[in-house]
Design a protein around this ligand. Sequence first.
Ligand code: SAH
Ligand code: SF4
Length: 419
Amino acid sequence: MAVSLDLTRKGSNVTPEQAGIQQEDAVSVRVAPVSAPEKPSLLGLNRPELAAALARVGVPDRQLRMRVTQLWHWIYVRGFTDFERMTNVSKELRQTLADAYTLARPELVVEQISVDGTRKWLMRFPSRGAGRPVEIETVYIPEEGRGTLCVSSQVGCTLTCSFCHTGTQKLVRNLTSEEIIAQIMVARDRLGDFPEIDTPQGAIVPSEGRLVSNVVMMGMGEPLYNFDEVKKALLIASDGEGLSLSKRRITLSTSGVVPGIQRTGDEIGCMLAISLHAVRDDLRNTLVPINKKYPLKELMEACRNYPGLSNAKRITFEYVMLKGVNDSLDDAKELVRLLKGIPAKINLIPFNPWPGTNYECSDWEQIEVFADFVNRAGYASPIRTPRGRDIFAACGQLKSESERLKRTERERLEAAAHG
Ligand code: SAH
Ligand code: SF4
């Protein structure tokens, strides 16, 4: 059963249990709106940019390094959004910072919790400058021993992979580094990874105890078409004096933007996932049309040369299982041939249907036949269990629900405004 709740309690931090919701119910919580911050945010700036922001409000050059270190700690280790709590910063500077800047989180519009524990947040980023406010979705998937946050890089996507619902939504705009980092911060707030927010005496959660232990750039958008902002955000996320996510626990997924692959290895150094989905150019041209620009041969070459590639640092190849399209034993054989010599893992994703699609998910027996073959060839090939389908949080479903929620949200707001 799916439940939709409207909890407009101020500053609401209500857990499903507190709200009296049964474990077997999927939950949708409307969180109290907060007004959009107008001031520039300090979130998502790299160290030189943070130093420049401090210099602009009069922090002397000789203090910049120290002040950046202090702020970095409060912002990313403690998760504080209130300058007043940054006790090793002088009272005067705290006030100056509060007057000029903000650390406010984006507005959290809806939080949904699936029966399987998957959570999805719809966040609204305010319009800063000319752009209009945008809404994006972030998904948290708890698993045995780890918790993975699926982060968006764009609103919509310029690419048009035929099986992906996000691809039917035109690109609205790229997300900024601030907006990418904010997704991690909101998730950590909601999951209690910043315990001092609610309990001033609470301990800092050590990195191995955190609920958000892994980040995958597998939400909406093509991260390599927003390279600079994604890079900036991921370097902040992996900064050892801040959020401290190991680069081994950050994975960037691309549909195959070949020139960005080498740069990802050189400049970010995170793990790489490739949305492969087909092993012949003619089929991949229809499923993943960017293949016409960067065909399989070039893509595989870029993978072979991925900086840092080794048996301990493999590339994940994602392969969506489409009935009668790419799921034959011949496809499996060709896949093994194609990946020869590349340290790889294969992630088989059962197709998640969406309204209007012509594709169907492969039969389970066929997925197992396919998986068995690639397994026997020596590749780990887990079949990804669809998670959060009841809240439309599964792969490729993200935009659909966002559109639906936007409409209901709008109606709700209009109803409230009219009486
Ligand atoms: N744009 C990037 C990041 C998105 S990752 C990329 O394409 O790699 C999301 C993953 O889910 C991709 O592998 C994508 O191909 C896959 N996907 C998209 N739609 C899907 C669907 N309907 N069912 C299952 N997987 C899907
Ligand atoms: Fe864009 Fe990735 Fe969807 Fe293709 S699969 S349309 S690249 S989000």
